[in-house]
Design a binder for this molecule. Structure first.
Ligand SMILES: [Zn+2]
Length: 445
């Protein structure tokens, strides 16, 4: 598809529509809180089949909310995924492929749309891609960035402080926390709770440790490999503890009665399923793109839905819930409120332009302080070879099937109902299904 190149003025005058009234429960003039918890793989949370000890507060919050069991990020890394989450468009449609691609100024962010609708807007985040440089500060009255990478305590303190001063007028609060992201440095208390029987000495993993393991430059015992996943889970538990404090404060302020709260993530994290250890970015397998997606609506009953959805659905869904007009050309759609309301024919897409063979050795060799300059040089070389649009790995899910086009041009087809771990490639046995999904993938260019 062509890059979106509509001016904001043109957008104002065209293609506005109101959502079908029955599609999404209404919450007119409600506040909106969006919790984007970076690198939070769905499968590690209790509500998605993980241990209930990892995420007790998230699970409790979700019990009175809508849980979307098959929610997908359109990219396995931070920048393109947030671009989609906050605009309603697939990142490649906006030309957002790598570090140098900000969200185009003529594509409005949710913050801009809500500010125009009279909302007070604030963002608490930890930068690195979700920053001013990449266009994410637009539409926010306040855009404050943490200096801490393990940021959950700071973010919750700041969020509660901001809410106490601003909750009496309708608001949009965007929270982006890097807390579960590598390096894996959980608290001793969470580690002891989740992994009491471990006898080894592994208590943390740096980014370099994880890259060397992924590249096969180091090896670990089976017990230590299992421990690495526990380090990640314990980081989630540290975040969950802070979120418990946050949810409690929301209730004390009475915000549970007039606030739409969305809890999600921009991508997951791999732990050996397809070769990545404590990393993401480089593939579009389930562990990297299946994310939690929980929506709490005041006075709406709890339910769980299996229909596949995309982070591109977030903006149209929020606008539909608030009964605000929105563009009819979003890639996303208002979330289904019943599984029958969405057909199996709907296709959900994901891509990454960052190749692990090329990027991982680079991440290991280049000091973080030199990384920005060297990254620019590396990408300009790649672009001169392959043209402005970089080579990508892609996936499309339709119904129970998922097709992956690998960087090397080969295809993999999986039946996610029978094979949710994507171990048995059916592309030879099911050529007709593979062909149908290839057609859907081509249509999405
Ligand atoms: Zn991220």
């Amino acid at each position: 598809m062509k890059k979106i190149a509509l001016s904001f003025m043109l957008w104002i005058g065209m293609a506005l529509t109101l959502p079908p009234a029955e599609a999404v429960p209404a919450c007119v003039d409600c506040n909106v809180i969006l919790l984007s918890l970076d690198t939070l793989a769905a499968a590690h949370l209790g509500i998605y089949g993980g241990s209930p000890d990892v995420s007790p507060n998230i699970d409790r919050f979700a019990k009175s909310a809508r849980i979307y069991r098959n929610a997908y990020a359109p990219s396995p890394w931070t920048l393109p995924s947030h671009a989609a989450m906050l605009t309603g468009y697939y990142p490649w449609r906006m030309g957002v492929h790598d570090e140098h691609d900000p969200v185009p100024v003529d594509v409005p962010l949710l913050s801009e749309l809500l500010k125009r609708a009279g909302y007070r807007t604030a963002a608490l985040n930890s930068g690195l891609y979700v920053d001013r440089e990449h266009g994410f500060a637009r539409g926010f009255d306040s855009f404050v960035t943490s200096k801490e990478w393990k940021d959950a305590p700071w973010i919750v303190d700041e969020a509660v402080r901001w809410l106490k001063s601003n909750h009496t007028k309708k608001f949009f609060l965007f929270i982006h926390s890097y807390h579960p992201h590598e390096p894996l440095t959980p608290s001793d208390a969470s580690l002891a709770k989740l992994d009491p029987d471990y006898k080894g000495s592994l208590k943390s993993m740096t980014e370099g440790d994880l890259i060397r393991l992924t590249l096969g430059k180091t090896s670990y015992s089976p017990e230590d490999l299992r421990r690495i996943s526990k380090l990640y889970d314990a980081g989630i538990l540290d975040l969950d503890r802070e979120l418990g404090r946050f949810f409690e404060e929301l209730n004390k302020l009475g915000l549970d009665k007039n606030t739409v709260i969305v809890l999600t993530s921009d991508h997951g994290q791999g732990f050996g399923e397809h070769g990545l250890w404590g990393l993401h970015t480089y593939d579009v397998y389930e562990e990297l793109i299946r994310v939690p997606f929980v929506v709490k609506l005041p006075q709406a009953s709890a339910k769980e839905l299996d229909s596949p959805i995309s982070l591109t659905d977030l903006v149209p869904s929020v606008l539909a819930t608030l009964r605000l007009p929105y563009r009819s050309d979003f890639d996303g759609k208002p979330l289904p409120d019943e599984d029958s309301a969405i057909t199996a024919e709907r296709s959900i897409h994901a891509q990454t332009a960052i190749n692990r063979e090329f990027s991982l050795p680079y991440r290991l060799e280049v000091k973080p302080s030199d990384r920005k300059k060297s990254m620019a040089e590396r990408l300009s070389i790649r672009k001169s070879n392959w043209g402005r649009i970089p080579r990508t790995e892609k996936s499309v899910r339709a119904g129970k099937y998922k097709l992956i086009l690998k960087f090397d041009g080969t295809f993999e087809l999986y039946d996610l109902e029978k094979d949710p771990s994507e171990k048995t490639n059916l592309s030879s046995q099911e050529p007709n299904v593979a062909h149908q999904l290839k057609t859907l993938m081509l249509q999405d260019r």
